[in-house]
Design a protein around this ligand. Structure first.
Ligand code: ZN
Ligand code: ZN
Length: 357
């Protein structure tokens, strides 16, 4: 059994189950290495089984960790769960955040009464929080790649190009540098549009003096980078500069406070209080940051309602923003790796306001 499968198996008693069914493909990938689109894993205290359908048999033979016994089933993989389980009464955990109500009903029909279905929450997600050296290296490389794509993009200027053209160019620059894909649809949002934190880039020509929020990332071997810079397309106004400096101050204070043992809620409030003191408290509507890994948004969370405590090896973003409807938005985001006494900032692009016509 692989190290990751073993780590998961060790959590089963505390979760109150004898076995667990993993259906979320990202969690399946984390445990087994399988990157296809149909696969499940069933773990008991002393066995680990991976099942896919005939389309992926060869791929699974190449990718799946040798610690997993491999099986093949019909496209409806739930039909194979029963054969992965031992005889006798048994409590089987399922991922409550990922199994649909329909799948749950189907599973209940397929399994004998001696098997009890028990909801478990975030078991694999918990393991994914702390990145091992290989994962950290991939996140570092993905960030470097994305940084270099932005530098090249900005060299060509922003004014007169549409948000969409800029987003497409940025994504092409990442793909040409070896990215598997962008981490998410790149956000390029100019002027008033930047006041929407998750704006979709439009056919809108960027004008001189506008603030442009650019949020982008690259994926390498499944691992996502995530970064935001807000760039001025030509000399910005005083208010934009003032807001930019305030967001930067909050971002630096947030990064400064990151370390193992820090509470996600406290980090959020540290950055938030600076923005509130500057008079823009109501205009910072989202959390300070989130974990990043195989998913671009994962645990732990840095937010008002977070109960998470950071540990060395967590990869998290620090991304305060101020969004002024009808005017502009500013967000500054770095990806950092938490260490015992601070953090390592992966993003290398300067955070001084850049004016790029
Ligand atoms: Zn981002
Ligand atoms: Zn982010």
């Amino acid at each position: 059994v692989s190290d990751r499968a073993q780590a998961l198996a060790q959590q089963l008693p505390e979760a109150g189950v004898d076995a667990v069914l993993i259906t979320d493909l990202v969690n399946v990938r984390y445990l087994t290495g399988y990157t296809g689109s149909n696969g499940i894993a069933v773990l008991t205290g002393d066995s680990a089984r991976f099942v896919t359908d005939f389309r992926y048999v060869e791929q699974a033979a190449e990718e799946v960790d040798r610690g997993f016994e491999r099986g093949t089933g019909s496209v409806d993989l739930l039909e194979t769960v029963r054969e992965a389980l031992p005889q006798g009464e048994l409590r089987l955990g399922f991922e409550d955040a990922h199994l649909s109500v329909w799948q749950h009903r189907r599973l209940r029909e397929l399994l004998p009464d001696r098997i009890e279905l028990v909801a478990v929450h975030g078991l694999v997600e918990g393991l994914r929080r702390v990145k091992d050296p290989r994962e950290r290296a991939l996140l570092t490389d993905a960030t470097e790649l994305a940084d270099s794509a932005l530098q090249s993009l900005l060299g060509a200027g922003l004014v007169g190009r549409t948000e969409r053209q800029v987003a497409i160019t940025l994504e092409r620059e990442m793909l040409e540098r070896g990215a598997e894909r962008p981490s998410f649809a790149s956000i390029v949002a100019a002027g008033p549009h930047g006041a929407q934190p998750h704006a979709r880039s439009r056919e809108y020509e960027i004008r001189t003096g506008e603030m442009v929020v650019i949020d982008w990332g690259a994926v390498l071997d499944g691992y996502c980078s995530d970064c935001t810079r807000t760039v001025a397309a030509g000399e910005p106004g005083n208010k934009a500069r003032e807001v930019y400096e305030l967001v930067l101050e909050a971002q630096l204070a947030g990064v400064e406070a990151v370390r193992a043992g820090a509470h996600g809620r406290d980090l959020d409030s540290r950055a938030r209080s600076l923005i509130a003191a500057g008079g823009y408290g109501e205009h910072f509507g989202h959390g300070l940051g989130h974990g990043v890994g195989l998913d671009v948004h994962e645990a732990p969370r840095l937010s008002k309602s977070s109960d998470d405590v950071l540990a060395a090896g967590n990869a998290v973003t620090v991304e305060p923003g101020i969004y002024l409807a009808g005017e502009f938005g500013v967000r500054i985001e770095d990806l950092v790796i938490v260490t015992e006494d601070g953090c390592e900032i992966l993003t290398s692009i300067s955070k001084e306001l850049r004016v790029a016509e």
